[in-house]
Design a protein around this ligand. Structure first.
Ligand SMILES: Cc1cc2nc3c(=O)[nH]c(=O)nc-3n(C[C@H](O)[C@H](O)[C@H](O)COP(=O)(O)O)c2cc1C
Length: 403
């Protein structure tokens, strides 16, 4: 999880907590929100308090917990549900039980949480969790559809073993995914040029098969592309990440591929209705001419010669008017001249250059040092986190989309 930008510091996030077994993850969520610089204001239902004492949430949020009892205390003119709704920038309900989701969809306000929901005018996120059969029930499906139609962000449940011991879809999104959604809700409320745009980002190194067990690969970790995808998601873009790497709990669409050919096919398909393409993946330039069946045996051989052929140039093959394209050039040495030539040859809108020989940055590392070649000049980003590099790249994409 990347660091939260300072602009969100001290913003109040209403965290509605209901009576689902995934409530233990809500404790971690609240802690995470504090770490991100937010002020979580927890409001619990009566059922939630049967699972976890309010004291736990008060301790991790460093604030009193709101509940039905506190709402009915003599207020001296202070209406807790209206005041809470006024103070907060975003509301998240996690875990969101089938019961509370039904009440939200029906507009009921028979407890403090649902009354606050009705009174709140900012972005709302729900993280449903329940047994798979409850989750698949037509009533739940309909309630979630209604909420989504009204602009509530419904975080997908995850597949896996459920608390009831059964397998299926119904696990709550992870606290990291929810934290990212909170930041996205706040950032996209600002509605910059990337908000609502479809962006396709590639990441990771491709693997070119030699035989059934071996491949030609590279050391790319996929971190830079992932950081760009996360940043675009935070800015409200519709993100598809085409990657060779496994991605845990993504907040957006992920297409897994292995080879350069598969990546070219997936990107070709995805960019048809896209606004932006960012090619951060390390795509092999050559692949074995033929994949050998089975496993090549060493036998008595002293050497082995493989014939390699060029792979598809994914970036070049996607050029079309209306598609804003960003290429990456990883060069051995401070070869900005080569990056400039590459930018011209590929006709991309932006080219991100990095020197793979620089110490401690680039391939596989958490940090990078980049120069972004734009139509108006070159922007140097000194050594920093890949998250900060991704923000600088997204700034340039947004500037380009506005040109
Ligand atoms: C052990 C236990 C676990 C439960 N887990 C869930 C759950 O994960 N999701 C859900 O929708 N309901 C779950 N329920 C049922 C809710 O607690 C029940 O519907 C309650 O009325 C919800 O109230 P609330 O929405 O006001 O918090 C569970 C009940 C029990 C006893």
């Amino acid at each position: 999880m990347s660091e939260a930008p300072a602009i969100h510091a001290a913003r109040t996030v209403l965290v509605g907590v209901t009576g689902g077994i995934a409530i233990y993850k809500a404790v971690e969520l609240v802690r995470g929100l504090v770490k991100d610089g937010f002020r979580p204001l927890v409001v619990t239902t009566e059922a939630a308090q049967r699972f976890v004492m309010p004291l736990t949430f008060a301790a991790v949020s460093q604030a009193p917990v709101l509940d039905d009892q506190s709402a009915w205390q003599s207020s001296g003119g202070w209406f807790q549900h209206i005041e809470a709704a006024r103070t907060a920038s975003v509301m998240v309900v996690a875990p969101a039980t089938a019961n509370t989701l039904a009440k939200m969809a029906a507009g009921m306000a028979d407890n403090l949480l649902t009354a606050i929901y009705l009174a709140f005018r900012g972005p709302v996120i729900v993280a449903p969790t329940m047994n798979w059969a409850m989750n698949e029930h037509a009533a739940t499906r309909e309630n979630l559809r209604v909420l989504a139609e009204r602009g509530v962000e419904v975080l997908p449940t995850e597949e896996g073993e459920l608390a009831c011991g059964e397998e299926g879809s119904g696990r709550m999104a992870s606290p990291d995914v929810i934290r990212l959604a909170v930041r996205r809700a706040l950032a996209s409320a600002a509605a910059g040029p990337l908000a609502g745009k479809k962006i396709v980002v590639t990441s990771g190194g491709t693997r070119e098969r030699i035989d059934a067990v071996r491949f030609i690969g590279n050391r790319s970790s996929g971190k830079m592309g992932r950081a760009v995808a996360d940043e675009a998601y935070l800015r409200g873009a519709r993100v598809t990440l085409v990657t060779t790497q496994p991605v845990e709990g993504p907040s957006y669409d992920v297409v897994r591929v292995e080879s350069a050919d598969e990546m070219a096919a997936a990107v070709g398909e995805q960019v048809r209705d896209a606004d932006v393409l960012v090619m951060a993946a390390a795509v092999a330039d050559f692949r074995p001419k033929d994949e050998q069946a089975g496993k090549i045996e060493r036998g008595a051989r002293e050497s082995l010669t493989l014939e390699l052929v060029r792979t598809v140039d994914v970036l070049a093959s996607t050029a079309r008017p209306g598609l804003f394209r960003v290429g990456f050039a990883a060069e051995a040495g401070p070869r900005l001249d080569r990056a400039r030539a590459k930018k011209a040859a590929k006709g991309v809108d932006l080219l991100v250059f990095n020197d793979i020989l620089a110490e401690g940055v680039g391939i596989g590392s958490d940090e990078n040092e980049i120069t972004i070649l734009t139509p108006n000049g070159e922007v140097h980003v000194p050594r920093t986190s890949k998250t900060a590099c991704a923000a600088a790249i997204a700034d340039q994409i947004e500037a380009g989309l506005e040109r």
